[in-house]
Ligand binder design. Structure first.
Ligand SMILES: Nc1ncnc2c1ncn2[C@@H]1O[C@H](COP(=O)(O)OP(=O)(O)OP(=O)(O)O)[C@@H](O)[C@H]1O
Ligand SMILES: [Mg+2]
Length: 342
């Protein structure tokens, strides 16, 4: 699928804006704050069903009562997103596609995107939360049910944490009974989340060193390690661990064990890449990950993802820019860049 154009109304700073894309590579140039990332955000929302960085209330242009995205594909298909005042004092959001209205973008109208944000270049030294977000997005591309399970896990986790806070003065035995059903849910969803994360990391590792070498042109070895909080365990062991951590959790006021504490580490020639790999090497690793993400998406559903590069192209040296162009030669690529003032 190729994007032909986008039209925006009241989407962040864009009151009324249209952009026509090229089939291959388009470059959106503008000063800081001119609304470049917002255009990518709108493409992402219309293609994938939600923003990659915010909720609708933040996206809606200040003092306006609706926003609208119209994304037109080259084959004539069109997705329209409208969010705003429903006329009765409420808020509504609709996706208009294929002549019908939906509250959520149906799967058959979603289109995969490989998104490359400036922050991704710092992935290797970033927090476990950031790393989980990065990999969770890839896992969700791979497994249709992953986002739902993750969502359910997060809701159950919140309920458990709320209970821990509310029941700090109750006896451990009473809380243990009240919290049981949340423990069961967390161990069920948590085990499933780990299984899927592990499989995707395996897939990535099968290609990572080779892809890295094709960019860096050397013999280094790269490996991603999925670091499981408190070691591997079965679903029943997971449940036991949650039960065992109750006393500690009551003192802390939150759940100290589970997949929300898992992380990822990059090994560069066998040692932690954070600290051992150079800036350029880190960039090659991230590029390799993006290429693999695009490959995995294509192999899974036969769709060539659209590649959105926010402000990163100019951050790469010539060799890596070339490698990017080469690896994404069959994808539509949309690049943003800050205007260089003379
Ligand atoms: N809801 C909103 N209503 C109005 N303006 C907004 C809203 N949300 C963000 N903005 C403004 O929109 C502008 C564009 O933001 P955006 O992140 O798209 O810019 P950018 O061109 O990517 O900038 P940079 O080069 O710094 O990354 C910013 O000035 C921001 O403050
Ligand atoms: Mg930006």
């Amino acid at each position: 699928m190729i994007i032909k154009s986008i039209s925006l109304n009241n989407f962040r700073c864009h009151e009324s804006f249209t952009f026509d894309f090229k089939k291959k590579t388009s470059v959106i140039v503008g000063e800081n704050g001119s609304g470049k990332t917002s255009i990518l955000e709108a493409i992402y929302e219309a293609a994938c069903g939600k923003s990659f960085r915010a909720v609708d209330a933040d996206i809606l242009k200040r003092d306006m009562d609706y926003y609208r995205i119209e994304l037109l594909y080259l084959n004539g298909e069109k997705t329209i997103v409208v969010y705003g005042d429903d006329g009765n004092g409420g808020i509504k959001k609709n996706f208009l596609v294929g002549g019908k209205k939906y509250l959520r973008l149906p799967k058959k109208y979603r289109y995969p995107i490989v998104l490359f944000l400036p922050d991704d270049l710092h992935l290797i030294s970033s927090s476990p939360t950031r790393k989980r977000e990065f990999f969770d997005r890839i896992v969700a591309e791979f497994y249709d049910t992953y986002s739902t399970v993750l969502n359910r896990y997060e809701k159950a986790l919140k309920q458990r944490n709320d209970l821990l806070k509310q029941c700090a003065e109750y006896s451990e035995e009473v809380v243990s009974q009240m919290i049981f059903s949340w423990n069961v849910m967390l161990s069920k969803y948590g085990t499933e989340i780990r299984e899927k994360r592990k499989k995707v990391v395996e897939e990535i590792n099968q290609r990572l060193t080779e892809t890295y070498r094709s960019i860096a042109k050397n013999q280094d070895e790269v490996f991603v390690e999925y670091k499981i909080n408190d070691g591997e365990c079965s679903e029943s062991e997971y449940l036991k661990k949650l039960e065992m951590s109750l006393r500690r959790d009551l003192i802390l006021g939150h759940t100290s064990f589970g997949v929300h504490r898992d992380s990822y580490e990059f090994l560069f020639n066998g040692t932690d890449a954070n600290g051992s790999a150079s800036r350029g090497e880190v960039r090659s690793i991230i590029l390799a990950l993006k290429f693999i993400e695009a490959q995995l998406i294509f192999e899974k559903n036969g769709k060539k993802p659209i590649v959105l590069l926010d402000d990163v192209f100019s951050e790469l040296d010539e060799t890596r820019q070339k490698s990017l162009t080469r690896n994404f030669k069959d994808n539509q690529v949309i690049i943003t860049s800050v205007e260089v003032s003379e």
